[in-house]
Design a protein around this ligand. Structure first.
Ligand code: NI
Length: 258
């Protein structure tokens, strides 16, 4: 059975059929799903989905593009949610310089990324990191706060294989999703081959980033077999081995998952 480590079923694109889709996950071989909050509203919806479905767990955190949602009060509230039994991670948090080019705003992103890393350290939860067009700053910042002491995953990994190895050295997992099936995703295919299988997690980031042959359509966890098959091809191992190893990896990282 597949462990889906990063989904956004709170997204409005699932409004028409969310219930039906989630109830079909078992038939599609999906055992566990982590729904990841990105803005404050998304975190609230994540908590309610985790309450509603036994196999859905939640990550609470504010995405770098949504840090305008954050202040001390919200931060304190996020911290309280971390003690709920079904909240298994802090995320997604990080840096996104693709959507943000302005220096002052980038510096706020760094501030709240640090704060939310410290939150994870305090509550003893792993982190789910989003990093886009900010490779150098993300690594520097994490090294500066002894990020290697906080377990976590760099989700939707988009940097070089060399950078992936740096994170693996820090003990981090690398989240691989639909992009690995794209013909032009040379770097990610190299990364999927270069890092130890024991550090790979399967993820969709749905509704975004559908794998081939569903590229361009709304994504869901039901498409994860395409991702696992591609990783198996790249590494020359069986599909079952990829599914089993990534499931074990996720359960090792997200220790609150039952
Ligand atoms: Ni995401």
């Amino acid at each position: 059975m597949i462990f889906e480590s990063h989904a956004h079923y709170d997204d409005q694109r699932f409004d028409p059929d969310r219930e039906e889709l989630l109830l079909s996950m078992g038939e599609h071989g999906i055992e566990t799903i982590i729904n990841v909050g990105s803005d404050l509203e998304g975190v609230k919806k994540t908590l309610s989905l985790a309450g509603q479905y036994e196999f859905v767990y939640g990550a609470v955190g504010i995405h770098p593009s949504d840090i305008s949602d954050l202040d001390e009060e919200v931060y304190g509230w996020l911290k309280e949610q971390c003690s709920l039994p079904k909240v298994v991670a802090v995320g997604e948090i990080g840096l996104d310089y693709y959507w943000e080019k302005e220096d002052g705003a980038k510096s706020s992103q760094r501030y709240w990324f640090c704060r939310q890393m410290e939150l994870a350290r305090e509550v003893g939860l792993p982190v789910i990191i989003h990093s886009r067009d900010a490779a150098e700053d993300t690594l520097k910042l994490m090294q500066g706060i002894h990020g290697e002491q906080i377990p976590g995953v760099v989700h939707c990994f988009s940097y070089s294989p060399e950078m992936a190895k740096e994170y693996v050295k820090m003990g981090y997992y690398i989240g691989i999703g639909g992009v690995v099936t794209f013909k032009n995703a040379k770097k990610l295919k190299e990364t999927a081959a270069a890092i130890p299988l024991g550090h790979i997690l399967l993820e969709t980031d749905c509704p975004y980033l559908s794998p081939e042959p569903e590229r361009g359509k709304r994504n869901s966890s039901c498409n994860l077999p395409y991702v696992a098959k591609e990783i198996a091809n790249i590494r020359g191992i069986s599909y079952e081995e990829v599914v089993e190893a990534t499931r074990e990896n996720a359960r090792r990282l997200f220790t609150k998952v039952k």
